[in-house]
Design a protein around this ligand. Structure first.
Ligand SMILES: NC(=O)c1ccc[n+]([C@@H]2O[C@H](COP(=O)([O-])OP(=O)(O)OC[C@H]3O[C@@H](n4cnc5c(N)ncnc54)[C@H](O)[C@@H]3O)[C@@H](O)[C@H]2O)c1
Length: 404
């Protein structure tokens, strides 16, 4: 029999959870099949406005509010929906009871705070990848989604991509590749990491709240490059590893039916762009998945090399896939590659539609928050190894790096 203290603790825990859930649900509307979903946009930069364009394209949503620390971006969002209210502080946007769901597209260092606040406010959440800046943030976001019974889709849109789903079914699920022992991934020359701040940002604009941009990150004076090209600084993002590898490693997890490596090691550095960046411009990551297979990621911003893709290597053949097409080559001598072009489409739109459908059916979306957390976690293992310059063994169940 549980002790009184135990029983009391359990009661307080469940009462607390019920209270959180109740306060959240009391703000949430039950959506009918024909209801339009009222959306708030938090982080109205390039991606935020791009994905919001997809939301509006569905015809199933209204953009009713936009939040950004830089008012210029709110102005741009309001061009998409002139009636939308503007906010600088996401907490004020979340107080709007008419908002059903939010799209979070801030830089990565704000994802967890904003997502947890939104879920606790009873909003369904579409949050851009990588879900987290730090490994330990993940379980807290998953818990906020579950306790509040909210839908939380992570922006790893390949999960909704028809040609990914098709290739997996045809070649992986049917065992055509045989035993897969190696997955190679790469993403070179991604221009997002080379953004140059425009001259208009040389001095801090009066309509940009730099302190609020920094938020949880330690203070530094205004630096236009850190604001504009935040991906290149490990305080705000995780460089190419969390930005790009997270996409590909999520496809690896989807295809291989797994969700966590058991060890990781990485090496790289700032070799080409001595512009003050702290994220490497060239990186190699090697992840081990138990006794089953290894997965590698390589990326450089060196101007001489471009392109991105994934290659699954099996005993009976190999499968290449990228955002446009896939190609199967049998291991038999002289076999010709079989190429299949994906439809000419933006599968982010399908990911958005899947989210909206789940807001109504209350089903788990294609890239549920837990899946997004586990894929970000694999990337973090790479970055931690890069920073600590050592191989890390990992316990996927406890989500802990094992002592040496
Ligand atoms: N799924 C994909 O394929 C994909 C593609 C591109 C970007 N992304 C993700 O989208 C996110 C945004 O990337 P981006 O390229 O649009 O960056 P961006 O710098 O263009 O936009 C980010 C915006 O967030 C604002 N912001 C910063 N802190 C804020 C806060 N506390 N509250 C409100 N707004 C705040 C900034 O002022 C800026 O306007 C990143 O997490 C990135 O990884 C995903």
């Amino acid at each position: 029999m549980p002790s009184q203290t135990h029983a009391r603790r359990a009661f307080l825990r469940s009462a607390g959870q019920a209270a959180i859930a109740w306060s959240a649900l009391s703000y949430s509307r039950i959506l009918g099949a024909n209801d339009k979903i009222n959306m708030g946009l938090i982080g109205a930069g390039e991606r935020g406005r791009g994905v919001m364009g997809n939301f509006l394209k569905t015809g199933d949503t209204n953009l009713v509010a936009a939040c950004d620390v830089y008012a210029e971006m709110i102005d741009r969002a309001q061009k998409m929906a002139p009636g939308a209210k503007g906010f600088k502080d996401h907490r004020q946007l979340l107080e709007e009871k008419g908002i059903d769901a939010v799209l979070i597209a801030t830089p990565d260092h704000w994802h967890s705070t904003v997502a947890i606040d939104a879920l606790n406010a009873g909003k369904d959440v579409y949050v851009e990848k990588p879900l987290t800046l730090r490994m330990e943030e993940g379980p807290l976001i998953v818990k906020a989604a579950r306790v509040n019974n909210r839908v939380c889709q992570v922006g790893l849109q390949q999960r909704s991509g028809a040609h990914y789903i098709e290739a997996k079914k045809k070649y992986i699920d049917e065992g055509v590749l045989g035993k897969i022992s190696l997955v190679r991934t790469w993403w070179h020359g991604n221009g997002y990491h080379l953004r140059k701040a425009p001259p208009s940002l040389a001095t801090l604009p009066s309509n940009l709240d730099w302190a609020r941009f920094l938020g949880p990150v330690k203070w530094r004076d205004w630096d236009p490059q850190q604001f504009w090209n935040w991906r290149a600084y490990l305080d705000f993002g995780g460089g190419q590893v969390t930005d790009l590898m997270t996409h590909w490693i999520d496809v690896v997890h989807m295809f291989m039916g797994t969700d966590s490596p058991t060890s990781g090691v990485a090496a790289g550095g700032v070799y080409c762009y001595k512009d003050g960046r702290t994220a490497p411009d060239t990186i190699n990551v090697l992840l081990e998945y138990g006794n089953e297979f290894t997965a590698t990621f390589e990326a450089t911003l060196a101007p001489g090399i471009r392109g991105e893709g994934i290659e699954f290597c099996g005993t009976k053949g190999k499968l290449y896939i990228d955002r446009r097409r896939y190609e199967y080559t049998s291991a038999e001598r002289g076999a010709k590659p079989v190429e299949v072009m994906g439809p000419n489409y933006d599968f982010t739109l399908d990911h958005v539609k899947n989210f909206l459908e789940c807001c109504k059916t209350r089903q788990r979306p294609n890239c549920d928050v837990y899946t997004g957390h586990r894929s970000a976690m694999a990337s973090h293992l790479g970055n931690i190894s890069y920073v600590q310059k050592r191989r890390l063994n990992f316990d996927p169940l406890r989500e802990e790096i094992l002592p040496l």
